[in-house]
Design a protein around this ligand. Structure first.
Ligand code: PAF
Length: 280
């Protein structure tokens, strides 16, 4: 596995890999867990070579403490990527990604500012900007993103379509702990008490999906999620949104088709998100 820390190094590595055929890209902020490895496995399966990136992107963090405390486990990450069959890893510095005097941002104007974007202003602009840079640097055929970051996936799909980017985006199912908690690099920062109650997000979403399937309205499902999470004193519900999966417009009434349900809640210092799709 080739480890590249500069843009010129990764471009040279990708040029050589191109000789073997297609390239799949997995972008990460490191602190890799089974959820990331599911993306790598899917990329390995679909492509001749896989390139991964590790970059804790400062422009997608609203809170400097959150950025500083984000877990960094480079050696373990490299071991896991090597074992999974990754061909090259790009680990740039902030200076490499954001050249001095940089002025250019990428923003999906509506999608970035609704739903979770309201709770985390500027977050999706940071994501879209860094993902554009990574797509331009690597030049892969396909890129793999977790469905857990449901709105992020929608932002990236929109951006790729709007900017005519020549890359296929693949959404991969959320990987969960045995008790249902969605895997996230943030989970290690939960206290034992918060970790014990965090699966409530998945429970609320699962119950809401059953309620919707039984013919209840979107509003009833939303109220049920709110009541379930509000009943847990260690969880502070920040946002709950149920949207039409194809358009990301808010769903209402007795809906049909595929809906995306997204919630975010604060557990002490840690903001967790979760999602579930339900087809009615
Ligand atoms: O999902 C993530 O880990 C990040 O948002 C991403 C896509 C790597 C951009 O920094």
């Amino acid at each position: 596995m080739i480890i590249c820390r500069s843009i010129s190094e990764i471009r040279a590595a990708v040029k050589a890999l191109r000789e073997n055929g297609t390239i799949g890209l997995v972008t990460t902020m490191g602190a890799l867990h089974a959820g990331h490895m599911a993306l790598v496995q899917a990329a390995v399966q679909d492509n001749d070579s896989v390139v991964a990136t590790i970059f804790v992107n400062p422009t997608q963090f609203g809170n400097p403490d959150d950025l500083e405390n984000y877990p960094r486990t480079e050696q373990e990450d490299l071991d896991a990527l090597r074992e999974a069959g990754t061909a090259a890893v790009f680990i740039p510095t902030k200076q490499e990604m954001y050249p001095k005097g940089d002025q250019t941002i990428v923003e999906t104007t509506q999608l970035a500012n609704v739903l979770h974007g309201k709770v985390r202003p500027g977050h999706f602009r940071g994501v879209a900007t860094v993902v554009t840079k990574l797509f331009n640097i690597v030049g892969a055929d396909s890129a793999y993103f977790g469905k857990k970051d449901y709105q992020q996936l929608a932002v990236i799909r929109r951006m790729v379509e709007d900017l005519h980017m020549n890359i296929r985006i693949k959404g991969i199912d959320t990987v969960r702990e045995d008790d249902g908690l969605a895997l996230s690099s943030r989970n290690v920062r939960l206290t034992a008490a918060h970790r014990a109650v965090a699966p409530i997000l998945n429970r609320a979403l699962t119950d809401a999906a059953s309620l919707l399937k039984s013919g209840a309205t979107v509003e009833a499902a939303q109220s049920m999620i709110r009541e379930t999470i509000d009943a847990e004193p260690l969880a502070d519900l920040k946002a709950i949104d149920i949207v039409k999966a194809d358009s990301f417009e808010p769903a209402s009434g007795t809906a049909k088709g595929t809906l995306g349900m997204m919630i975010s809640a604060q557990f002490g210092e840690v903001l967790l998100i979760d999602q579930r799709e339900v087809t009615l």
